[in-house]
Design a protein around this ligand. Structure first.
Ligand SMILES: *Cc1c(COP(=O)(O)O)cnc(C)c1O
Length: 360
């Protein structure tokens, strides 16, 4: 059989395991999970594994990904994480729940919800310091008031997103603030908010240390489920798998060469003048994988390999004096950026491994 190269091997059973462990862990304090599928380009089999593991919603930032999962027959509540004014009609047609921060956009959603005789549910995102999306807390009440006047729109909750842009950690203080905002809105407008979505994979440390989680009853998790870590310190979460995704590429050259280039040094292919350390003659390996395929800094080689550099179509590695044969395969673990780029690459084939693959 001809091997698919380069390829990303995906162990669905490990993703299912991670989703199950996290659903049980967060479930202990009443927190439900949205499985975030955007890093996998909305892969239906991966979404299904998350659902089997116990997530209650599938959330994605892109309508195309959600459409793909729906067309593949995935049955769940889908949540759109990023809502654009120009897409309002497609949002109404494709999903029942979206995250929102702009009144103009919610008005447009209301308009198309009327046109299509639907009720659209929104979660209002509040700014708690990270400075990505969110309404300032002092403007939340006005926003809710105006939204309640719009027909066919139902506010089902509020949420926040931290540690994405500004690197602000979820902690007792900002989580308490979100709880208090939920209480205040319910009291002022006599409505009940059923989803208080406290954040993402960065919320693990807060959760572990918190005595009480207050009103927080939902988290949106991508990286923790897919790669098994939290995202404040990138620590592995106990008992989770960290290599559900592995990238495999082919060795196309393997030779002993000096570690210092010879000749006159000028710019390389990317406009930098590189510098090198003389480590004598080393066993060097080139693989058929490059910057056009993947974010090279997102690859995590094992201890037998070191990435020396890359160009569009080649990655040069030091193989620690081990003679890897031409035509042999090398394997990498991936960080989130590596995963995102590998899953998005048209050159990297996807292969599900293990005997527990459930077709969807
Ligand atoms: C991507 C995203 C998430 C998931 O983040 P992870 O760090 O992968 O858990 C959660 N919420 C929003 C709004 C997102 O855009």
């Amino acid at each position: 059989m001809k091997a698919l190269l380069p390829r990303i091997e995906i162990a669905l059973s490990q993703i299912r395991h991670n989703a199950r462990m996290l659903s049980e862990l967060y479930g202990q304090k009443g927190i439900s999970l949205m499985g975030v599928s955007k890093a996998t380009l909305g892969d239906p089999a991966i979404a299904e594994a998350m659902i089997q593991g116990g997530v209650k919603f599938i959330a994605d930032s892109r309508l195309e990904n959600i459409e793909k999962m729906k067309n593949a027959g995935i049955l769940t509540q889908f949540v759109l994480l990023r809502t654009a004014l120009s897409q309002a009609e497609s949002v109404i047609k494709t999903v029942d729940i979206s995250l929102n921060t702009e009144l103009e956009t919610v008005k447009e959603l209301s308009h198309y919800a009327n046109v299509h005789h639907k009720t659209h549910q929104i979660i209002i995102m509040v700014e708690l310091g990270d400075l990505r999306e969110g309404i300032l807390p002092c403007e939340l009440s006005q926003f809710v008031k105006k939204t309640l006047d719009l027909s066919n729109i139902k506010i089902i909750g509020i949420g926040c997103n931290l540690a994405c842009y500004g690197g602000i950690k979820p902690d007792n203080q900002n989580m308490h603030q979100l709880s208090e905002l939920a209480n205040a809105i319910e009291k002022e407008f006599h409505i009940s908010l059923k989803v208080i979505s406290g954040g993402n994979s960065a919320n693990y440390e807060w959760y572990e240390s918190a005595q009480k989680v207050g009103r927080i009853n939902n988290l949106r998790l991508g990286e923790s489920i897919l790669l098994g870590c939290e995202t404040v310190n990138r620590k592995v979460i106990p008992d989770l798998h960290t290599s559900a995704f592995q990238l495999i590429a082919e060795v196309i050259e393997s030779k002993e060469k000096p570690s210092l280039p010879f000749g006159e040094i000028s710019q390389n292919a990317f406009g930098n003048v590189p510098t090198f350390l003389d480590r004598g003659i080393r066993q060097r390996v080139i693989i058929a994988l490059g910057r056009q395929d993947v974010l090279v800094s997102g690859l995590r080689p094992n201890n037998d390999l070191e990435i020396l550099g890359s160009s569009s179509d080649h990655i040069v590695l030091d193989s620690k004096n081990y003679d890897l044969k031409v035509g042999s395969e090398v394997k990498f673990k991936l960080d989130y950026g590596g995963l995102l780029s590998a899953m998005t690459s048209p050159f990297i084939k996807k292969q599900f491994i293990g005997n527990s693959h459930t077709a969807v």
